[in-house]
Structures are given as structure tokens and as C-alpha cells.
Write a protein that binds this ligand. Structure first.
Ligand SMILES: NC(=O)C1=CN([C@@H]2O[C@H](COP(=O)(O)OP(=O)(O)OC[C@H]3O[C@@H](n4cnc5c(N)ncnc54)[C@H](O)[C@@H]3O)[C@@H](O)[C@H]2O)C=CC1
Ligand SMILES: O=C(O)[C@@H]1CCC=N1
Length: 289
């Protein structure tokens, strides 16, 4: 499976945390050699140097070499922020070819808008929504394809992100929901962890000890759901003794609207992904008028 990935040349445009998470997966699990990964960043040479030292990737600040890497990469990964999409795609449209696989991790940016920005509908575009847990191989990536991505292209894209965790292939509109669930999701869990640590410290624990207990509690809870296959609701009930401590805690969470707040947060993130996409689409429309 990994042999085909290992024969590919990758060009990353944007050298942020998401690019690094994917690169690490490709190298540690995907069998890809750092020599086959070229990374471009708009600024910040130190960041490129850091990635080069860490993963043995290639990079350059020379414009001709960067253009050549975009032209010759089998898989070109768009890993910049939504606000940079208009400029970023306009700059590469004369360099890329329909045979290349274009993989975007940009939140909200639709396949349709990418095709408009590239002035062609025949590019093979993979729109993805990964998350930062890809850094340690425990990522979740939502994925959709433009109609002309070949079965081989689809397989490569799935392999690419499976080297960093699990992949869920969906119809494109659902990618915004996946953004709300798993793209932004790690932040909700970290927020919960921060609050649990704070509670422990308020109750007298040393911060380091509170952190250690919370990390293991979250790890254990997620692993229990995975290992037993039971519903989170059933596992929750097993912790909750009638009139016990957990019931008292959950009642407090309910009084503060916890379940509704979390579900609303997921949907608001999904809605925000749509807004980010719409803003790019609107700026494209106003530019082409
Ligand atoms: N951070 C996260 O948890 C996730 C982020 N994403 C998406 O990943 C994308 C990147 O996010 P991060 O890595 O967090 O951002 P980041 O800000 O850490 O990195 C983006 C990098 O791209 C560079 N850049 C911008 N325009 C460029 C251009 N035209 N050419 C070359 N380099 C350019 C910037 O200088 C910056 O170093 C975003 O679109 C975001 O929506 C997707 C899933 C999860
Ligand atoms: O906050 C964001 O916009 C990005 C997309 C999903 C996670 N981080």
C-alpha cells in the first residue's frame, strides 16, 4: 500500500502546523522519504530550516526552484490559511497541470471555488479537513473529491491521510460538519481538560499532578469507548452511581447547558467553515467582475 505513496513527489505550499502534521505522518508511517517532499513558505526561512532539520525535507527560497517544485510535484498540498487562498491559488494556476493531484486542507474553501480560481474544471482536486492529532498518527481527516479524480488518485489521497490516522470520505457539503466535529474538535477537548485541571487545582492539587490525572482520564475514557465499542452514554451511566458524586457533577453541567453548548459549538464551527468559504467565493466573484 505504502509503496505507491513512497514513489510520489509532494510539494507543500504553506509550512504551518497542519503541513507539519501531514509531513510527519507521510515520513513516519507512509514510507515517504524527506527528499521527496518539497516545502514552500511565503516567509520565515527559520521555519523551513526547522522542518528540514526535523524531517530531511527539501525547500528553497529561490523563485525558480519553488515554481519548479510546484510544476513537478505529483501531489501539491495547499496548506495555507483561508484568507491567503485567493492570492495563493492565483499564483500557482499557471504552474499546475490536470495530471497532478491537488490536495487542499483549507477550511471552507470549496472545490468549485478552487476550480474557478484555477480557471479550469478539469483539475483533480481533493478537499480535506484533517486535524492536528495527525501529528501523532491519531488524526481524523474528512475527504471529498472533484469528479475527475481517478480511482488511483482517490486511493493515494486516502493512503496519504491514513498514514496520519483515520479517513472519512463524504459528499462535499458534509466536510463543514466534519470541520465542526473533528477539525476543530481537539480544541473542545483541550478546553475541557483546561477546565478540569483548573477544578483540580482549586480543590488543592498541584497543577502538574492535576494535569497528569486529567490526561490519563481523557485518554482512558476515549480508549474505553474504542476498546469496548459501547456507547459513550452507556459508559457514562456506568460511572454514575445513583445520588453519587458523578450525578452531582453531571447535574451541575446540565444546569450550565453543557450538552447543548457543545452541540451548538460543533454546528457553529460548521457554519463558520461555510462563512470562510463564502467569503473567498465572494472575493473571487468581485475580482472577476
Ligand atoms: N490548525 C488546525 O487545526 C487545522 C487547520 N486546517 C487548515 O489548514 C490550513 C493551514 O493551517 P495552519 O497550518 O494552522 O496555518 P499556519 O498559519 O500555521 O500556516 C500557514 C502557512 O502558510 C504560509 N503561506 C500563506 N500563503 C502562502 C503562499 N501563497 N505560499 C506559500 N506559503 C504561504 C504562511 O506564511 C504560514 O506559514 C488552514 O487553511 C486551516 O483552515 C485544517 C484542519 C485543522
Ligand atoms: O480554526 C480553524 O479555522 C481551523 C480549521 C479546523 C481547525 N482549525
Amino acid at each position: 500500500m505504502t509503496s505507491s505513496l513512497s514513489h510520489m513527489k509532494f510539494t507543500f505550499i504553506g509550512a504551518g502546523s497542519m503541513a507539519e502534521a501531514i509531513i510527519r505522518g507521510l515520513i513516519t508511517k507512509g514510507g515517504v522519504h524527506g527528499e521527496n517532499i518539497f516545502v514552500i513558505n511565503r516567509s520565515n526561512r527559520a521555519r523551513l530550516e526547522e522542518l528540514r532539520e526535523r524531517y530531511g525535507i527539501r525547500s528553497s527560497v529561490n523563485e525558480l526552484e519553488k515554481d519548479d517544485a510546484i510544476r513537478t510535484g505529483h501531489i501539491v498540498v495547499l496548506a495555507f490559511k483561508p484568507k491567503d487562498a485567493l492570492e495563493g491559488l492565483s499564483k500557482i494556476k499557471h504552474l499546475i497541470r490536470p495530471e497532478q493531484l491537488l490536495v487542499s486542507v483549507i477550511a471552507g474553501l470549496t472545490i468549485d471555488t478552487m476550480q474557478t480560481l484555477l480557471d479550469a474544471a478539469d483539475y483533480s482536486i481533493v478537499r480535506t479537513m484533517p486535524n492536528t492529532s495527525s501529528t501523532i498518527g491519531l488524526g481524523v481527516t474528512g475527504m471529498s473529491f472533484s469528479p475527475n479524480v481517478t480511482p488511483a488518485g482517490r486511493q493515494l489521497a486516502v493512503q496519504m491521510f491514513e498514514s496520519a490516522g483515520i479517513v472519512s470520505t463524504v459528499e462535499e457539503p458534509l466536510l463543514d460538519t466534519i470541520t465542526g466535529v473533528s477539525g476543530s474538535g481537539p480544541a473542545y477537548i483541550y478546553y475541557m481538560m483546561e477546565a478540569m485541571i483548573q477544578g483540580g487545582v482549586q480543590g488543592g492539587l498541584e497543577p502538574e499532578e492535576a494535569r497528569r490525572l486529567v490526561v490519563q482520564t481523557v485518554l482512558g475514557a476515549a480508549s474505553m469507548v474504542q476498546a469496548t465499542g459501547e456507547d459513550p452514554a452507556d459508559l457514562r451511566r456506568k460511572v454514575t452511581s445513583p445520588n453519587g458524586t458523578t450525578q452531582a457533577a453531571l447535574e451541575t453541567l446540565d444546569r450550565h447547558g453543557f450538552p447543548e453548548a457543545v452541540a451548538k459549538a460543533v454546528l457553529r464551527a460548521a457554519e463558520r467553515a461555510g462563512e470562510l468559504g463564502a467569503a473567498i467565493s465572494a472575493s473571487v466573484t468581485s475580482q472577476t467582475k
